[in-house]
Ligand binder design. Sequence first.
Ligand SMILES: [Zn+2]
Length: 675
Amino acid sequence: MTNPLLSEWTTPFQIAPFDAITDEDFEPAFEAAIITARTNTAAIAENAEPPTFANTIEALERADEDLDRVLGVFFNLAGADSNPKREELQRAFSPRLAQYSNEITSNKALFARIEVLWKEHETLGLSDEQARVLMLTRRSFVRSGAQLEGYAGDRLAEVKERLAVLGTQFTQNLLADEREWFMELAEDDLEGLPDFVVATARAAGEEKKAKGPVVTLSRSLIVPFLQFSPRRDLREQAYSAWVARGANGGETDNRDIAAEILRLREERAMLLGYDSFAEYKLETEMAKTPEAVEKLLMKVWEPARAQAEADGSALAAMMHNDGVNAELEAWDWRYYSEKRRKAEHDLDEAELKPYLQLDRMIEAAFACSNRLFGLEFKAVDAPLYHADARAWEVTRKGQHMALFIGDYFARGSKRSGAWCSTMRTQQKLAGDIRPIVVNVCNFAKPAKGKPALLSYDDARTLFHEFGHALHQMLSDVTYQRISGTSVARDFVELPSQLYEHWLEVPEVLAEFATHAETGETMPKDLLDRLLAAATYDMGFQTVEYVASALVDLEFHRGEAPEDPMERQAEILEGIEMPHAIRMRHATPNFAHIFSGDGYSSGYYSYMWSEVMDADAFQAFEEAGGAFDPKMAEKLEKFILSAGGSEEADVLYTKFRGKLPGVEALLKGRRLDTAA
Ligand SMILES: [Zn+2]
């Protein structure tokens, strides 16, 4: 029987035939696809014809087609719906992929052909896009060690393979710790919790086969529990378990793994001739240097810390009024902050939540993209990998643009967080290929027959991931290397964070925030209070984020720390971290920077992008409003469709006319008036 992963897909939109694929199909499909990829690259390297852009660069672009197809399916499943077999496969595949990519970049004959083209690039008659793809291809070879000889080359290969293994291990340990822990709640422990938290805790209890409701380490359960539970002892217990993920000793402990990863990254940078991993990493980013990153972070840190300290004192006073004579701790912050929010803005999650129905928020995200870019969405039946996932066809003026898959509910088999991935990216080299884009979230699943309700944060996450999806769905380039979100890491969050602004447009909420039971639109006064409170607790949020970003930067900047936990403590002390706030992600569970290379010395990227998104949305407001058609056209033309076809600062300047300063960001976070 033919392997369904490798046979032609006759499903709607050539989506993978998930109903026919079993876990046993992955290993043989991977084997076959990697052999094909090797054969293809060998043919390019050994081609007797002199190198041309077509027979070398374009051929390389297409060499991995089968492999991309198999991995597109596999990695989506490994993240969104894993099981022990898939975890085992992931552990087996990742070092072999690292090995394969190393084989390519250390192939001397292949690199020699690229060098010939690079030296002649001005006389080859290349289009701008082709010249860019050639430059990027060569740069990725050089940065992977193509110019290294002998021991240095071999050692680099070893280092990269080991890093791939460690990254996978780090992720799986974290997942194991998250899955393992839960805290059973007795009926009177539920006191003070709003209905939606109780319902989520009961649903989680059923999933864990516990006797009653439980708190798990899923963000959509533990955060509201910390916000609402008046039981300081239970909050402390849950919070401590949450921050201890990856640091529980035993087999799933990530602390030694983190130390080894940092050492190996430093060695990797040294082998390639850089002073530090941060310098190596930032070379290709918009920020360019560690100094530029530090400068931005510190500009934000000082006002944020001042705001957070002031807020902390106010919260401590509230706690003392409650008769708790202790210092305000991290497990108290959210609880008193929620109370204060209710007192100052008369806004509580429980009142708000019935108005934020998942289905209506999906409609809202679709509707905004319709007004801005003319996109239309139609639910379609397609074989998907899980019953909770849903698919829509995306069209514009009757033309197929993309397939969009939304997989919104938390479950034990899904890794935490929210993300946007693709099963296929847009390109034109192999025909007019349109993308299949997936948004994965971890929203609490409602009890049977009840509508799914979101927190305001959840709704923002939904818009955020949809912004990434637009970057893929509107992509209009020829080469996969620069397609969609294949841009500098500190530019990639611009479309996603920018899209969050449309959720805050009053007319959008007025239309789509309707009550789950009565169907009524959100009362004007609740809407006003919501928008006024949207920047509430920004001191806290900015501090927990910037602290993580600074630790990430420092970890990769100088010599790798012997003991990362000790170094982390030193860094936090150095910046005078407020006592009752912890890093958003502490080292043992900082998946962004340790699960892979993506965000290593790059966690700052969200803030770098926010500098731009705040400025970019201001451009809409200046031009005539959130749906200004001229700005929407520019946004699509220079950013959402352009992928990595030019340097990020060039693209942004074309869109806006200039590069942004930090002012719009501070204003957006209401930190411009902080002490
Ligand atoms: Zn994002």
